[in-house]
Design a protein around this ligand. Structure first.
Ligand SMILES: Nc1nc2c(c(=O)[nH]1)N[C@H]1C(S)=C(S)[C@@H](COP(=O)(O)O)O[C@H]1N2
Ligand SMILES: [Mo]
Length: 334
């Protein structure tokens, strides 16, 4: 994480952590700025990035789910081991280091939960924790997840199409966008109590989609992964997954979905508008101002320092979404 201005903590690109020396230099930089204590520095360098943490830290209880496995989402890519996708996370509400969410979110309370769908709809809906798992048939979708920081994973999500719930709420014809909001609960989320822990984000974390993007069959609300309910570090009890967009669009631990007429504000766009757009479609031809998006590090096996570089695919390999953007200049609408 490098400080760009006193308002913005900008993201570290993957290229900055591919060798341990750079990684440690970064820790030292953060430490000199007062972002991490010496203890964190030592334990992180000793344990890598948290993948080899004591597993007794993962005390959050996850239930088995029942779901179908439609053929079209059984893809060829190697699925990322669960131990990695649940310990290398971006969830700034629980801290900005990749190992922080798994460490700090284990006591997160997800039951009771309340998710409201409101705004420009005929029938506002409120779902309880149990409703999240009962109201829709759950299916497994194995999707690629491409972070804007140029790493990626392949994750077996369990969930239902966002379109299903939006249709139940009956959008009014004026509705053009869908706004999402993460829980705001500073007592449970240390990143919401301190600018240093929370990366300078103005909480709650918010995201948005155009209504036609939200209605696309690839857009899902996920309530589980690897056969079980979500762990808190991955956005329990319910999070968005939009696989053709950079990972920051896939907002976690959602409490509110609001249909709007105007394009809603989004967290990373507010922080650094010249770096993160509203659309954030994965695009190997449109580089981030500070690093290339042509390639990515696929996290499979082999640890943080393993070199596993592959070419990034247009729309993250989901070309069926291209018609949503016909006629748009994607370098302008990044
Ligand atoms: N509320 C919230 N949602 C969030 C984030 C966050 O910091 N806060 N990080 C985003 C980013 S940058 C990524 S890459 C994905 C990571 O999801 P995962 O940890 O399940 O892989 O979550 C996204 N959703
Ligand atoms: Mo990300």
């Amino acid at each position: 994480m490098r400080l760009k201005s006193n308002k913005t903590v900008s993201r570290l690109t993957d290229n900055d952590v591919t060798d341990e020396r750079t990684y440690l230099n970064r820790r030292q930089l953060l430490k000199s700025m007062g972002f991490v204590g010496a203890g964190a520095l030592l334990s992180q360098s000793a344990q890598g990035i948290g993948w080899f943490d004591d597993d007794d830290e993962n005390v959050f209880e996850r239930r088995d789910l029942s779901f179908t496995q439609p053929d079209q989402f059984q893809i060829n890519d190697t699925v990322t081991p669960e131990v990695k996708s649940t310990s290398y996370n971006n969830f700034y509400e629980f801290g900005t280091d990749k190992g922080d969410p798994a460490e700090n979110a284990q006591d997160f309370t997800v039951d009771p939960w309340s998710l409201t769908i409101d705004g420009l709809v005929e029938k506002p809906i409120t779902l309880s924790y149990d409703d999240l798992f009962k109201r829709f048939d759950l299916e497994e979708r194995i999707y690629r997840l491409r972070c804007v920081e140029a790493w990626s994973m392949v994750i077996p999500w369990i969930g239902f199409e966002l379109a299903n719930i939006l249709q139940q709420a009956k959008p009014l014809s004026r509705a053009k966008f869908v706004a999402f909001q993460t829980l705001y609960d500073p007592e449970q989320m240390p990143g919401q109590r301190s600018r240093f822990v929370g990366g300078g984000v103005d909480y709650p974390y918010v995201e948005g989609l155009r209504l036609d993007e939200a209605m696309h069959s690839l857009s899902i609300l996920s309530v589980g992964m690897y056969g079980k309910t979500l762990p808190p570090q991955n956005g329990a009890p319910i999070r968005l997954v939009v696989p053709w967009k950079y990972g920051f669009k896939s907002i976690k631990s959602i409490v509110r979905i609001t249909l709007t007429e105007q394009m809603p504000p989004t967290t990373w766009n507010r922080l650094a508008p010249q770096e993160y757009g509203f659309y954030a479609n994965v695009n190997p031809k449109v580089d981030h101002p500070r690093w290339s998006q042509a390639r990515e590090r696929r996290i499979t096996t082999g640890g943080l320092l393993a070199r596993n570089r592959i070419e990034t695919q247009m729309f993250n390999g989901y070309p069926e979404v291209a018609p949503l953007y016909s006629g748009m200049d994607l370098s302008r609408f990044y």
